[in-house]
Design a protein around this ligand. Structure first.
Ligand SMILES: [Fe+2]
Length: 249
């Protein structure tokens, strides 16, 4: 069974379109979305509409999703994120708002776990260091753990000797830290960001997880960045949000 894994779409319809075209062509059996569908980008409503239709979808909310529905105070956000959050609130339909309100921050499934940030603080802690991964290990019942939030494709893998190894995963690179027995070996996978990559590669990022082969492969896709930038500008969103897309940061 193969799942498409993606995160941090952030209202970028052009990037999401490129990723979903690939998912459909790959005939995946299911989809895992690690949150932050909205915020920053100019098409939150359209992105939610597409994602809600995906088959066998396992989705959690991220900190931007929560801010848009008023469950995180935007005073904690930087000025660009704050402006985008307020804009997104006005742009969403009642149905989309309700959909976000009904998302959970964490999914504990028999075969895997999904959060936006970390198991300890699912909505807003960045999983960036070996220490953070170790500190969160006892909070996971089923591995692998899928997470987003950092906007960088990366994996954390605990070896049989108890050492944690991390990898930044490049385009088409396939990693497998999860050898038998299934669901026991601690490994976390971040598919990177669809709509606002921050690893200096501006291409949209996603991954395929093969549940039986225990592999996680990252894929990057060029999309029409200029079109998204034009929409950001015409929506009156901060210029910085348009510029950063061209640099992948
Ligand atoms: Fe995000």
């Amino acid at each position: 069974m193969r799942y498409a894994v993606f995160s941090d779409v952030h209202g970028n319809l052009e990037a999401l379109g490129a990723v979903l075209d690939f998912c459909h062509a790959s005939r995946v059996d299911g989809h895992i979305c690690c949150g932050d569908v909205v915020g920053y980008g100019p098409n939150p409503e359209e992105c939610l509409g597409l994602i809600r239709q995906l088959k066998n979808l396992h989705i959690v909310c991220g900190n931007h999703d929560l801010a848009v529905i008023g469950r995180i105070d935007v005073e904690w956000f930087n000025p660009y994120a704050r402006a985008a959050t307020l804009w997104t609130r006005a742009a969403l339909s009642d149905g989309s708002r309700l959909y976000l309100e009904n998302l959970t921050a964490r999914l504990d499934l028999p075969d895997f776990t999904v959060v936006h940030g970390t198991p300890r603080r699912p909505a807003d802690e960045y999983m960036l260091s070996v220490a953070q991964f170790k500190n969160n290990m006892s909070r996971v019942k089923a591995w692998p753990l899928f997470c987003g939030h950092s906007h960088m494709p990366v994996s954390f893998h605990c070896t049989a000797e108890g050492k944690v190894e991390t990898y930044f995963i490049e385009d088409h690179q396939c990693v497998t830290g999860d050898v038998a027995p299934y669901g026991i070996v601690p490994v976390a996978y971040n598919p990177g960001s669809v709509g606002q990559p921050r690893d200096h590669d501006k291409r949209a990022s996603c991954a395929l997880w093969d549940r039986e082969a225990r592999t996680f492969q990252v894929f990057r896709f060029a999309y029409d960045v200029a079109a998204t930038q034009a929409k950001i500008r015409s929506a009156g969103l901060p210029e910085y949000l348009a510029l950063r897309l061209a640099y992948g940061q």
